[in-house]
Design a protein around this ligand. Structure first.
Ligand code: NAD
Length: 552
């Protein structure tokens, strides 16, 4: 039975033993589509996160996807083009059940204005990374990534602990909403600025945020008190980051860590310029988007100038993957790229070993399934400090949103081993139902984005998008259940291409084969991608784990 969803009553959380589709593979993918809407930011508009990231192109397209998934046979493949189903083809039971290409625009045309024009004409939609691929699991999807970044900074700069440290950030949306909880879990006092009070209240309601401060003075006093006591806390302040960051700088206050996760990548549908309220911005989106682009870019120059000032005073400042430096540079801040990107600064050594954001969703809707898998992870990987620490913390601190799910940064071999063991638990009836496995698109072999994932690659291959395409073809060849190629839309048009994958562990031998091939080959390709670029860690991993790297 689906469960009521207090956040979006019209979008219940799927679950229960009854199938509407002809197989668990199709039923699982259908539940994941329902899930991204149940945990999404504006499901009535099909919007899941990142301002414009959609689950399907239109409501009629959504209805046709649902109908197709309920009717599809085991030897057929549903084809989806930019959020619209266009065909069901006869393939074979070892082929993917769904393949998608979302928002891929030919090179010279891949610009925000061309995207908006085609979107208005109903020809395209942007799937974000995990929205259009039905893999989004709420703010918890990025929470370990954010936590690991904070912990890497703690190790490098603060003797391994963030107790008594002040983190300043902004954006409490679909992804940015993970920041307050990640900051608190890392032991810091974190202040999160957002213009939209409803977003802050929602994060507080679902347990991701402790308190909302009435004004800047109170917010800074609350942070000061927490830092003095070495107490972890998360505080939100309603306001515009382009005004509040410079104000904090002008008061001579320097946070220990500064970042930002407003939707700065999209100046029309995402970022709110200083001095503009939300109703005015909503009107201008239709009536005068050019005004918003201009005002947004000016605001971002102030926003980033303050971040650079904090950096000059010694704060650890980084870009958390929202294109804010790119916008600032276009607005005239020549040294915006003095701020490092999080992937290159903190996470690349993990990606070199294909350790990245792996995730699983209990299709039964039962939280006890995730608890049993947590126990399994702790038993299987006792030597893996990153993962055992994370699972213990996540159990204690991360509330479930939508289908019960967990994320954990596992690498080559580990993902396959875990998923096959879970598949055996499904077969033996230890779990209440099948489990879907997936990963973020921001994963070792899966994404090209020269200002986020692949910035500063050792061999200069930042803009080469062959890797995500090879990744998707490899996943199709390996029989994954859903395979997708995404490129950027809105403000991200022309900036990125990525691949996504989902496999349903339904307890069958066929699922065991899919998990073994797809997950092993996915992480092998991740190691190969970094080995090819000449990273020593990846070359070492490739040799140690015999991933099949061909060396010239
Ligand atoms: P979202 O659209 O759901 O939320 C953005 C939030 O920013 C909203 O709450 C909005 O009110 C707020 N905001 C906008 N302008 C503001 C301003 N000037 N001052 C204060 N608040 C402002 O977006 P999201 O899903 O949270 O994603 C945020 C950004 O992070 C996007 O650019 C997205 O692409 C990027 N992202 C990064 C990663 C990563 O791995 N690092 C992952 C996913 C998304």
């Amino acid at each position: 039975m689906p469960k009521p969803n207090p956040r979006h009553p019209d979008f219940p959380i799927p679950g229960g033993p009854a199938l509407r589709a002809k197989s668990w593979r199709a039923e699982g993918l259908l539940r994941l589509l329902e899930n991204v809407l149940s945990v999404g930011e504006a499901p009535d508009k099909l919007i899941v996160y990142a301002a414009l990231g959609k689950a399907a192109r239109t409501w009629p397209a959504h209805a046709a996807i649902v109908k197709s998934l309920t009717e599809i046979e085991e030897d057929e493949t549903l084809i989806i083009q930019s959020g619209k189903p266009v065909g069901i083809l006869k393939t074979h039971p070892g082929a993917p059940m769904v393949i998608m290409a979302n928002c891929n625009i030919v090179g010279q045309w891949a610009k925000a204005d061309v995207f908006y024009d085609m979107e208005r004409k109903g020809l395209i939609c942007w799937g974000g990374l995990t929205a259009g691929a039905w893999q989004y699991i709420g703010s918890q999807g990025v929470i370990q990534g954010t936590y690991e970044i904070f912990m890497r900074i703690a190790e490098r700069r603060f003797g391994g602990s963030l107790a008594g440290r002040f983190i300043l950030t902004a954006g409490l949306g679909g992804m940015g909403g993970a920041q307050p909880l990640a900051g608190r879990m890392a032991g810091a006092a974190i202040l999160c600025i957002d213009v939209d009070e409803d977003r802050a209240k929602m994060r507080q309601d679902i347990g991701f945020l402790d308190e909302i401060a009435p004004d800047l003075d109170s917010a800074l006093a609350m942070i000061d008190a927490a830092c003095a006591e070495g107490r972890a806390t998360s505080i939100a302040l309603i306001g515009n980051a382009a005004e509040i960051y410079p104000e904090i700088a002008a008061r001579g206050i320097t946070p220990d860590i500064v970042t930002d996760q407003t939707s700065a990548h999209d100046l029309v549908y995402g970022y709110i310029p200083a001095g503009y309220d939300l109703p005015r911005v909503r009107r201008l989106r239709e009536q005068n988007p050019e005004e918003l682009i201009e005002a947004g870019r000016i605001s971002i120059t102030h926003h980033v100038a303050a971040m650079l000032e904090f950096q000059a005073r010694g704060a650890e400042v980084f870009d958390n993957g929202n294109l804010i430096r790119t916008q600032a540079k276009q607005g005239g801040i020549e040294n915006a790229f003095d701020i490092p990107i999080f992937t290159e600064a903190y996470l690349r050594p993990l990606f070199c070993r294909a350790i990245g954001p792996f995730r699983w969703m209990a299709l039964s809707g039962e939280e006890s399934d995730i608890a049993r898998i947590d126990d399994l992870v702790l038993r299987m990987f006792p030597e893996n400090g990153i993962v055992t620490n994370w699972i213990r913390l996540a159990r204690a601190h991360v509330p479930f949103e939508g289908l019960p799910a967990r994320i954990a940064w596992l690498g080559h071999g580990e993902r396959t081993e875990l998923a096959r063991a879970v598949n055996r638990m499904v077969a033996s009836g230890e779990l209440a139902g099948p489990v879907a496995f997936s990963r973020d698109h921001l994963d070792a072999g899966a994404m090209a984005h020269p200002n986020i994932m692949t910035e500063g690659m050792r061999d200069g291959s930042d803009a080469i998008a062959d890797w995500p395409l090879i990744s998707a073809m490899t996943l199709c060849s390996s029989g994954a259940d859903l395979v997708v190629v995404h490129s950027g839309g809105g403000g991200y048009a022309g900036y990125m291409t990525s691949s996504g994958v989902t496999i349903v562990a339904d307890g069958t031998e066929a699922a065991d084969m899919r998990l073994k091939l797809a997950l092993t080959n996915d992480t092998a390709l991740g190691v190969i991608r970094y080995a090819d670029a000449g990273y020593a860690d990846a070359l070492d991993e490739a040799q140690k784990k015999a991933v099949g790297h061909v060396k010239l």
